[in-house]
Write a protein that binds this ligand. Structure first.
Ligand SMILES: Nc1ncnc2c1ncn2[C@@H]1O[C@H](COP(=O)(O)OP(=O)(O)OP(=O)(O)O)[C@@H](O)[C@H]1O
Ligand SMILES: [Mg+2]
Length: 451
């Protein structure tokens, strides 16, 4: 009976409570003997010594076992908690890693990671997008091989800078796998471990071809505006004396006495008209030239000018083909549009040999209405491509070099851009009118309902 509480205490609570319970039970046992059997204390103690020892042993041993089991359980719980925390930590680290590698993969810049020897270990998806090279084609190669035709000395110089722990930056003209050139803003920087040692090199590049194009376009427009403003300043002043001279020449031409010099008068008047036409072209380049833009369809304007263009083509023994698709109405100045089409068509006709066909077409492409003038001439020589649209640039004996400049400024006033494709089979000039403003808003004055 007395062993039972000891067993319960020691198995449920451990060694110390087990021993305390065995002591309490021993006291009760001895006192029970003293009181119930009327034995003296010492005798009662002696008679129950075996049971008391047994209780103590049971209390101690079972309690010890319980303590060990409890300790193990506690340890197990701590271990489990640590394990759970470790799993959480790893999950978070993995998520972070996934997020970082996702960001790297989807980065709008191309990223290349090279080892300390400059050998490529990783390239992201944008790199493949921009260069056209798959990761397998460049992994293991030296990163300087990515720059087509980089002189050895310059590569050495860059290497020296980045090895010293500094960043190297440059805008450079690069080549895609398909040999197309593009502008690239490259930055190469070392990255270091917590001990400050360089472990890798990070190459980040951005395709800035579009930015360069816009910069060039802006510079060209600035130049055009300058020429236009200068022209506006002096144009009128020159026109007045020209009108006077022209008036008197016409007066004199009609006189009887002038009959034998009529050819000279005509020549002088033609030259004055030519000078007047040049001034008119100059004036049309002024930035703040007043334009009268009305909602109308480019196809209608084209249909009006086609007979004139056909006559011009026929004189030169060349043909005209017109392909007009449905395009929405645009806000256009008819006179300026006529001038733009005339200049582009005249250039095309002048570039083609006799018997060839020049095609004028309109169509919608994405967010743009496009007017395209395609000729079958010899194309524009690569060394003059850069100069196209620069005022006074001409390769023709009697050209003024103002035709395309005027086209560019007309396009500028109509929120349109001009670009071109050229090759040995001919040249296409595209005038692209925006149909939609950035951000999905409708551009001012543009009708989406179509003609
Ligand atoms: N369709 C084309 N094909 C080949 N070369 C072209 C074409 N259009 C323009 N060019 C080149 O660009 C130059 C500049 O053209 P632009 O129209 O500005 O002046 P121009 O035709 O020489 O003179 P202008 O138009 O004032 O009579 C031309 O001289 C020519 O070399
Ligand atoms: Mg021209």
């Amino acid at each position: 009976l007395f062993v039972l509480p000891v067993l319960v205490a020691s198995t449920t609570m451990g060694k110390t409570p087990g021993l305390i319970m065995s002591a309490v039970c021993a006291v009760f046992l001895v006192f029970y003997q003293v009181l119930a059997a009327a034995k003296p204390f010492i005798q009662a103690l002696e008679s129950e010594l075996f049971i008391i020892s047994m209780m103590c042993v049971i209390g101690w041993f079972t309690g010890e076992m319980t303590d060990i089991a409890q300790q193990n359980q506690k340890q197990l719980k701590t271990n489990l908690k640590d394990l759970r925390e470790e799993i959480n930590r790893r999950q978070k680290a993995e998520e972070r890693l996934r997020m970082l590698s996702g960001a790297l993969e989807q980065s709008p810049s191309s990223v290349v990671i090279a080892d300390t020897g400059g050998n490529i270990e990783y390239v992201n998806a944008k790199f493949t997008d921009i260069t056209g090279c798959l990761p397998g084609e460049v992994t293991g190669k030296n990163m300087f091989e990515l720059v087509d035709g980089l002189p050895h000395e310059q590569a050495e110089q860059i290497w020296h800078v980045i090895k010293a722990g500094r960043e190297w930056k440059k805008e450079m003209l690069s080549k895609r796998k398909n040999s197309e050139t593009y502008w690239n803003a490259v930055s190469i920087a070392p990255f270091k471990n917590p001990a400050g040692e360089i472990t890798h090199f990070l190459w980040v590049a951005e395709d800035i071809t579009e930015r360069k194009r816009v910069e060039k376009e802006m510079a060209r427009l600035e130049q055009l505006n300058l020429v236009g403003e200068m022209a506006a300043g002096i144009g009128h002043e020159i026109r007045n004396p020209l009108t006077t001279v022209s008036g008197f020449l016409q007066l004199l031409k009609r006189k009887q006495k002038s009959a034998e010099y009529i050819r000279y008068y005509e020549l002088m008047l033609d030259e004055l008209n030519r000078a007047n036409a040049i001034i008119t072209e100059f004036l049309s380049m002024a930035k703040n030239k007043v334009v009268d833009r009305k909602r109308q369809n480019i196809n209608r304007i084209l249909k009006n000018v086609v007979p004139l263009l056909e006559a011009d083509a026929a004189i030169r023994k060349k043909h005209l083909k017109i392909k007009l698709a449905d395009v929405p109405d645009l806000f256009l100045d008819e006179t300026e549009m006529r001038q733009l089409v005339f200049n582009l068509v005249r250039n095309g006709l002048e570039a083609m040999p006799e018997g060839e066909v020049l095609t004028i077409s309109t169509y919608v492409e994405g967010n743009e209405a496009v007017l395209a003038v395609r000729d079958r001439g010899e194309g524009i020589a690569p060394d003059i491509v850069e100069k196209i649209g620069t005022p006074f640039f001409t390769t023709k004996d009697y050209g003024t070099g103002l035709g395309l400049s005027v086209c560019f400024s007309i396009a500028g006033r109509h929120d349109a851009v001009i670009d071109f494709d050229t090759g040995p089979a001919g040249t296409v000039f595209y005038v692209r009118f925006k149909l939609q403003a950035v951000g999905g808003k409708q551009a001012p004055g543009i009708n989406f309902d179509g003609p």
